[in-house]
Design a protein around this ligand. Structure first.
Ligand SMILES: Cc1ncc(COP(=O)(O)O)c(C=O)c1O
Length: 376
């Protein structure tokens, strides 16, 4: 559905706030490094589980942020984005017939990943508008002896940043029921103050049971480079390497070479990134306020869920098609993220240049008027 909305946006010339990717480039030094890599190479396969210098750069940067001593040879597999990392994690942890706990709403790949593994999702509701879970419901899910829990933190689509207390509830259950936790932390550096990101693997005793997935896509505005990684204990990594080898052989060698420069950026880069997205969030939410739209303010990531109940559409898919064609802004229907029959929400993202956000914002200011003019 997400990629389908991008196609619709292209067809009808809508401003695409559906699929989450920036319309600005990676940092300049990284572009220079890519030019160099195009000339100098490497142009042939890298080591299957990642070029040694790229793994060393990941280990150095992630050890610093995760506050864990990571070894490039023992703890890391490089993948084609977090998308592949999550599939590797799922296939490493689960066998056909196993159960996997997935919060709902969820990034739409997770249920598909579980099904492709022959595993069965158990969905736990994150209740809008604050997207909190009921610990008793989560315990009942663990009592069904799942092999893994999938945790997207900060979360797409809800923008939720799980608190340390919520993460400890999950950690205690994972320990009690001997379960893996598969984390998707692609938005680890896009968190709005006063909220802070806690790496699940850094919680006491959790490194051994966490399969941490992330990527360079969002942090360095390079979703097209398809560079990600799995971080886990040596015994898990040993299995993950085999799965990855047969899935994709490896990520693009010249891009791994160039992306070392991204991973070596100073800590000030991450602070500036956070400031940039804080400004974008403020700018976009102001338009939504002016347009009189109801939404949940995201604490992390770059999405916002908007409540469209007042427009009276029976289908959020129909609403999004109308929005793209008649208002000129492409969104994702909320139902594509929920296991439950929820169709009063849509998702927009604000990872766009200020000009794009103001053009989209101006169009959204007309949404009420245009809705009145058309009979639904
Ligand atoms: C939660 C989440 N995980 C993974 C991805 C895809 O990441 P990658 O480009 O690293 O495959 C996205 C992209 O929107 C996402 O929102």
């Amino acid at each position: 559905m997400i990629r389908g909305m991008t196609r619709l946006a292209n067809q009808c010339g809508a401003i695409n706030l559906s699929q989450g990717f920036p319309d600005f480039d990676p940092p300049e030094p990284v572009l220079k490094a890519a030019e160099r890599a195009a000339r100098v190479g490497p142009h042939q396969y890298a080591v299957t589980w990642g070029a040694p210098n790229f793994r060393a750069a990941i280990a150095s940067k992630q050890s610093r942020f995760m506050r864990l001593p990571l070894d490039p040879d023992e703890n890391i597999v490089v993948t084609c984005g977090s998308t592949e990392a999550m599939m590797v994690a799922m296939m490493t942890a689960c066998n056909p017939g196993d159960k996997v706990v997935i919060f709902s709403p969820f990034y739409e790949n997770y249920a598909a990943d579980a099904i492709l593994c022959g595993a069965e999702p158990i969905h736990i509701t994150l209740h809008p508008p604050d997207f909190c879970f009921d610990p008793a419901e989560l315990r009942r899910a663990f009592e069904q002896r799942p092999k893994a829990l999938v945790l997207c933190n900060p979360s797409n689509p809800s923008g939720k940043v799980f608190t340390r207390a919520e993460l400890l509830t999950m950690a205690n259950l994972a320990e009690e029921f001997d379960t893996f936790v598969l984390t998707d932390e692609v938005y680890e550096h896009i968190v709005y103050a006063p909220h802070e990101h806690t790496y699940f693997a850094s919680l006491p005793g959790m490194f051994e049971r966490t399969i941490c997935c992330s990527s360079l896509s969002k942090t360095y505005s390079m979703t097209g480079w398809r560079l990600g990684y799995v971080i886990a204990s040596p015994s898990v990594i040993n299995e993950a390497r085999k799965v990855h080898d047969f899935l994709t052989v490896g990520a693009a060698a010249p891009l791994q070479e160039a992306a070392v420069t991204a991973l070596q950026l100073p800590d000030s880069y991450y602070k500036e990134l956070q400031d940039l997205y804080t400004q974008k969030r403020a700018m976009f939410l102001q338009y939504l306020d002016e347009a009189g739209l109801k939404y949940t303010q995201p604490d992390g990531a770059y999405y916002v869920m908007i409540d469209i109940s007042e427009f009276g559409w029976k289908s959020d898919v129909g609403f999004c098609e109308w929005l793209a064609r008649e208002v000129g802004v492409a969104a994702v229907p909320g139902s594509s993220f929920f296991h439950e029959p929820v169709n009063h929400l849509i998702r927009l993202h604000f990872a766009k240049r200020a000009e794009t956000l103001s053009a989209a914002g101006e169009r959204l200011l007309m949404v009420r008027e245009k809705a009145k003019a058309c009979s639904v």
